[in-house]
Design a protein around this ligand. Structure first.
Ligand code: MLT
Length: 387
């Protein structure tokens, strides 16, 4: 018999969201405020572009097989222009099937002898993929006292930062990112900046990309996604930026190595998804409509929770509410809320020890579900969590 990869013993049995689903399985009439899965239909102009791309595949003239592993050139150009305003060039952008998959590929790029620094709490994929590779993980406490941004940065090869943050809903400021970039340059650390929720930023003073910071292109990779931007959680489309200015300690191009990774075990994102992504970037009004819709959901949930015994963070520039219930353990909170209201939330401890005592509420439901959820919070809330 083959022996199990020993690093898997460092992982919890299930990934967070399948575990949430398992625990909620026996309940009926559920409303999910758990995984951040979009619910609004994809705007017509974008589905039309995907339809056209699919139809073309059915004709001899329009049929295409493999595309470039790095992605369709027109889409890379468009991302460079619309998202990065030309600060990042098209050939520094790698189109993918999503930010989560890119995080896994980046771990392969850097390998197992690395130390990674992650926010505590954090999106569990950074830690879990790191553990699978036997990387060393060090944590940066992110608490309300420091606006959920690390006070100090530990010694590490790679530092993950997610802004707008999943799960806390906080957004790093220009000053905080400038400080981080300066530190990273001095300490020879690469930053992996997760910008998957940047489309939700409403405050124009907040940075939407790490490349708004001078010099970040020497030490930072950015991953991002169409999932939350335009409802592509099922369509699958994302991208990563590996700037050409990034070099290793001993010299050599990080971009060249990532090209090697991508061309070796990725055959490019679906050509139909890429046609949809291209159309989406031609319709910024549709992108804005969707984010406004989900942020209104966040406002409604927040208002309902305001009369309860809790402190609420996030929801203004991010589609998540991070709710502190004090001393009660997160999985107990999850269970109490589930039993009384049939609402599925996400236990904060699933994002790290600093999430203990918290629940995360996702605002990605449709409005009817959200209004029902609000009614349940108002009328069926557990007594132990009421003032
Ligand atoms: C979440 O709920 O944290 C996200 O939807 C998960 C993901 O994007 O993979």
């Amino acid at each position: 018999m083959v022996k199990r990869n020993p690093h898997f013993s460092r992982l919890s049995k299930n990934y967070l969201f399948p575990e949430v689903t398992r625990r909620a399985r026996s309940f009926e009439n559920l409303i999910s405020l758990s995984i951040g899965d979009t619910s609004e239909p994809i705007p017509h102009a974008i589905t039309e572009a995907m339809k056209k791309a699919a139809t073309q595949l059915g004709s001899r003239k329009g049929y295409r097989g493999y595309g470039a592993e790095q992605g369709n050139a027109a889409l890379r150009e468009k991302i460079s222009e619309v998202i990065y305003k030309g600060k990042i060039s098209a050939d520094e952008i790698f189109i993918s099937d999503g930010a989560k998959c890119d995080i896994g590929r980046l771990q392969i790029l850097f390998g197992s002898d690395k130390t990674i620094a992650v926010q505590n709490p954090a999106y569990p994929v950074y830690v879990d993929t790191g553990l699978m590779l036997n990387q060393k993980v060090v944590y940066m406490e992110c608490l309300p006292e420091n606006n959920f941004f690390p006070n100090t940065f530990p010694d590490a090869d790679l530092l993950y930062l997610c802004s707008p943050n999943n799960p806390t809903g906080s957004v790093a400021t220009h000053a905080q990112l400038e400080n981080l970039v300066q530190w990273a340059k001095k300490s020879n650390t690469f930053i992996i900046f997760d910008a998957a929720y940047s489309g939700f930023i409403q405050d124009p003073t907040l940075p939407e990309s790490i490349y708004e910071i001078e010099g970040a292109d020497e030490i930072a990779i950015e991953v991002s996604s169409f999932s939350k931007l335009i409802g592509f959680t099922g369509v699958r489309l994302g991208w990563s930026v590996i700037p050409k200015n990034m070099t290793y300690a001993e010299g050599g191009s990080v971009h060249d190595d990532y090209t090697r990774v991508v061309t070796t075990f990725f055959n490019g994102a679906s050509n139909i998804s890429q046609a949809g992504g291209l159309a989406a970037l031609d319709h910024p009004d549709e992108i804005a409509k969707l984010s406004t819709y989900y942020l209104e959901n966040a406002r409604l949930i927040k208002k309902a929770l305001e009369s309860k015994e809790c402190r609420i963070y996030g929801g203004e520039n991010a589609p998540y509410l991070w709710v502190d219930f004090g001393k009660i353990e997160s999985w107990d909170l999850f269970q109490m809320v589930l039993e009384k209201t049939k609402l599925i939330t996400t236990p904060g401890s699933g994002f790290g020890s600093c999430g203990e005592g918290y629940l995360r509420f996702s605002a990605f439901g449709n409005r009817t579900q959200i209004l029902n959820a609000v009614k349940r919070i108002e009328t069926q809330w557990p007594e132990q969590l009421s003032p």
